[in-house]
Design a protein around this ligand. Structure first.
Ligand SMILES: *[C@@H]1O[C@H](CO)[C@@H](O)[C@H](O)[C@H]1NC(C)=O
Ligand SMILES: *[C@@H]1O[C@H](CO)[C@@H](O)[C@H](O)[C@H]1NC(C)=O
Ligand SMILES: *[C@@H]1O[C@H](CO)[C@@H](O)[C@H](O)[C@H]1NC(C)=O
Length: 165
């Protein structure tokens, strides 16, 4: 019975992910302007607030030379500081796999202070009746950066498979 319940739970997660995958949107950060020193301090917050981000969507940072971005905490976002290494040198896709706030800044010179930073709130695609703890922790092990929703689906299917063996 427990196995049966687990399988149903997994199936729901797989279906939810598949649904999220079909609905997923890839957002080029900054639109056609890209990720650069903005014309004013509110450029990126205006860009972000014009969108609704949901679980399964992705942010694409198309980094030109000398650009970078860091995935930071609210405190670091507010302070334009980070202890983690920024991502640089290529195109990065950040998959938004979990509901909740996310914060991104650049660490180049004073560009963050000049407004090259933004925060978003990722909205969950699970029904409001489903609590966060009802989701299996296996999804958390999927790398946040440069790994697609497809791998989330595949790893979830794999976990379901192993759970049944
Ligand atoms: C910031 O710059 C963008 C792009 O030029 C513009 O659309 C927006 O109105 C500006 N915001 C402010 C507060 O000046
Ligand atoms: C990234 O930007 C460059 C220069 O604007 C462009 O040629 C390239 O197609 C972009 N790549 C992606 C994946 O958007
Ligand atoms: C804020 O940034 C300054 C300068 O980088 C740093 O000295 C300070 O420790 C930071 N504060 C927090 C709370 O991270």
């Amino acid at each position: 019975m427990a196995k049966h319940t687990g399988f149903v739970g997994c199936s729901i997660v797989v279906l939810s992910l598949l649904f999220a995958a079909t609905e997923a949107t890839k957002y080029n950060v900054g639109g056609s302007f890209g990720w650069n020193i903005p014309p004013n301090q509110t450029f990126y917050s205006e860009w972000a607030s014009s969108k609704t981000f949901v679980v399964g969507d992705s942010l694409v940072f198309n980094l030109t030379e000398n650009q970078n971005f860091a995935d930071v905490t609210m405190a670091d976002y507010n302070n334009c500081s980070t202890k983690t290494n920024p991502y640089a040198g290529t195109v990065f896709m950040v998959d938004l796999l979990h509901p909740g706030p996310r914060y991104f800044i650049t660490t180049v010179d004073d560009h963050c202070e000049r407004g090259q930073k933004f925060s978003i709130n990722v909205e969950g695609s699970f029904s409001s009746g489903t609590s966060a703890s009802a989701r299996p922790p296996s999804i958390n092990s999927v790398p946040i950066l440069s790994c697609g929703v497809l791998s989330a689906i595949l790893s979830t299917i794999a976990v379901c498979f192993f759970n049944r063996v």
